[in-house]
Design a protein around this ligand. Structure first.
Ligand SMILES: [Zn+2]
Length: 431
């Protein structure tokens, strides 16, 4: 089926009205003579590069009661994503070429978004022995990002070796910065509130100490570090200083750390239990400032689906994590655009272009480049929505249920065809 479209009268990131012409899935300058195009009225919609998430937990293989590659792909398409990075903490762990190729293949079968596997740094995420990084890099899954996310690579000698190893293929180590000895049984941000609630505290320094160490190791090895889900003002400052020194570090912040604070723990509702924990308003302010000034490179969802029984329990027994793919855009718009702090240009960088560059994806984050395959997201900045518990994700551990957001995704175009159209998933089989 031909994939020829004209997206008429969309607004680009610079505020200009554009007609985007797509022929056989690729962006072209103007419609070719004799070619039939489907014309789609996009007035009132802003066209953005398809979003790229660096941090998604798809749970397959092993935990398919929470999410599968197919259901996570639907959530991603509905959230405006054209590429997502599947974290390695599955069962079996994605620590071999075989598992990362399996995840990539499941992504291709679903066909709604590019599923880019992340490889584990250590065998079984155990932090003892390096995984087969080279074999994963050379596999069909072409892994460039390695992470033990969920666990911290806390052994400094192992972290140093991983940083040295990934240089051979311009890879990057994505660290879940959590000093384990400082977070034994930790439940929420450490401070007056954790003391009052009687929940074990999780100090900001547990994150900052690892980031400081890893920045030094990255400088020593002239390698590349990515810091997952930065959550404190202190971490932002460490990364800011490192960038000034020329250290090759990139960093992500989650939508929930940009919006929510530790105060939500007061009701002991585990829907707000997350790793790293929600922090204080002063941390939220510093994260937002870091996102605006370029210290933080990307918004990454840390979409972490869990079945009901893992969350319908007391705080201490509940699992860490919340879903995030389908609300990321609305939160990004609120933080960057509606606040008056930044622009759609910056929003496109932090939701797409920068993540694509970190991962070395050549067909993503390219925006309206003539000749490139169309990976685009069209949003309605005025659209008002109230979050419901049932979404495309299989899991409902969603902290935003009942909240109202302004701004939402209307269409997602992945690999030259609609994966989400007029707020409906377009299954590949329907094409
Ligand atoms: Zn993590």
């Amino acid at each position: 089926m031909p994939r020829n479209y004209i997206l008429q009268s969309a607004t680009d990131v610079f505020g200009k009205s554009v007609d985007v012409v797509i022929e056989d899935g690729a962006i072209v300058e103007k419609p070719a003579l004799g070619v039939e195009h489907e014309k789609i009225d996009c007035s009132g919609l802003t066209v953005l590069p398809g979003f790229v998430d660096l941090h998604t937990h798809l749970r397959e293989p092993g935990f398919e009661q929470s999410e599968t590659v197919a259901s996570g792909s639907r959530a991603a398409a509905a959230g405006g994503f054209t590429a997502i990075h599947a974290m390695a903490n599955t069962f079996p762990v994605a620590d071999t070429a075989g598992v990362v190729e399996q995840v990539a293949r499941l992504g291709e079968d679903a066909g709604l978004v590019h599923v880019q596997p992340i490889g584990a740094v250590t065998v079984g995420l155990k932090g003892e022995q390096l995984a087969e990084l080279g074999a994963m890099a050379q596999s069909k899954a072409r892994v460039r990002i390695f992470s033990d996310d969920g666990n911290c690579v806390h052994d400094p000698a192992l972290m140093r070796r991983a940083l040295e190893y990934v240089k051979a293929f311009d890879g990057v180590v994505a660290q879940h910065a959590q000093e384990p000895r400082l977070t034994v049984n930790a439940q929420m941000n450490e401070g007056a509130l954790s003391a009052k609630l009687g929940l074990a505290g999780w100090p900001g320094v547990a994150e900052e100490a690892i980031i400081a160490r890893d920045l030094m190791l990255t400088e020593l090895t002239s390698s590349r570090l990515h810091v997952c889900h930065v959550s404190t003002a202190g971490s932002v400052e460490l990364i800011r200083q490192a960038k000034l020194r020329g250290i090759r570090v990139s960093a992500e912040v989650t939508p929930h750390h940009l919006l929510l604070t530790e105060d939500l723990a007061s009701g002991y509702d585990p829907i707000y239990k997350v790793n790293p924990p929600l922090r204080k308003q002063s941390d939220v302010d510093a994260l937002r400032a870091g996102l605006v000034d370029g210290t933080i490179d990307v918004i990454a969802t840390d979409h972490a689906p869990h079945p009901k029984e893992s969350k319908d329990t007391d705080w201490a027994s509940a699992a860490f994590g919340m879903v995030g793919l389908e609300s990321a855009y609305s939160i990004a718009q609120q933080v960057l655009i509606d606040s008056g702090e930044s622009s759609f240009e910056r929003l496109a960088e932090v939701l797409s272009t920068n993540a694509s560059a970190i991962s070395g994806l050549t067909d993503q984050g390219t925006y309206l480049s003539v000749g490139k395959v169309a990976n685009l997201t069209l949003v309605d900045p005025e659209f008002k929505t109230q979050v419901e518990s049932k979404t495309q994700s299989m899991s409902e551990n969603n902290p935003y249920v009942g909240r109202s957001f302004t701004g939402g995704v209307v269409h997602t175009i992945y690999d030259g065809q609609f994966s989400y159209r007029n707020r409906q998933i377009v299954e590949r089989s329907a094409l």
